[in-house]
Design a protein around this ligand. Structure first.
Ligand code: NAG
Ligand code: NAG
Ligand code: NAG
Length: 178
């Protein structure tokens, strides 16, 4: 007993020693830049080729996106313009949870995965609350990859329309990154 206790006390010290030697390199951070992106978020929620799925609702409730506790997975399209045939520039992949007992307010956790142009292959991690009835919907950019390493910033979104199984939102993203 005494032996295993002292081992527990020692372990953190051993790890600290390893970390101290592993991070001793000096590193000069590159210049940060600010990028503004403007695009449209297209979602097909009914009919053929839906890009969003209600994957769970609390037991005993109906399978609706608006039910408190509903969990939704999306693989939506990011396009240059509002037209469904405008150029695809990426996908919005992630989770949406109906997280308010009063009215609809969503917890959203998305990766914006860019597939065109300068940011092809780069991603942005978006986390935030979305009360779609109160534009602009502001969410945090909490990180990124590729060209968006060390990203932080925010997005602003406005619902343009939601009808005939098609949901359209306009997005501005303001990103600080390396
Ligand atoms: C759904 O996707 C299939 C395969 O890509 C395509 O042939 C079909 O036209 C699409 N349907 C609609 C309504 O877009
Ligand atoms: C589910 O939907 C049906 C049909 O709209 C309705 O009759 C029923 O009360 C609903 N159940 C719950 C738990 O909301
Ligand atoms: C984006 O990157 C992928 C992977 O490197 C590549 O296959 C694709 O052709 C690129 N697309 C464009 C439009 O540059």
């Amino acid at each position: 007993m005494a032996n295993s206790f002292s081992l527990f006390l020692l372990l953190p010290l051993v790890f600290l020693g390893i970390i101290a030697t592993a991070t001793s390199d000096e590193y000069t951070a590159p210049e940060e830049k600010m990028t503004h992106l403007h695009f449209y978020f297209h979602e097909i929620y009914a009919g053929a080729n839906v890009t969003t799925m209600v994957v769970a609702v609390p037991p005993g409730t109906n399978s609706s996106f608006t039910t408190f506790g509903a969990l939704v997975v999306i693989d939506d399209m990011l396009r240059e313009g509002p037209d469904p045939s405008s150029k695809l520039i990426g996908r919005a992949q992630g989770l949406v949870a109906q997280a308010s007992q009063e009215g609809s307010a969503l917890l959203t956790a998305f990766n914006f995965v860019f597939t065109e142009g300068e940011f092809n292959g780069s991603t942005l991690a978006i986390l935030g609350r979305a009360k779609l009835s109160e534009p602009p919907v502001e969410r945090s950019i909490v990180g990124g990859s590729g060209k968006f390493r060390m990203a932080r910033g925010y997005t602003e979104a406005r619902v343009i329309s939601s009808k005939d199984g098609y949901f359209l939102m306009e997005f501005d993203a303001y990103v600080t990154h390396y």
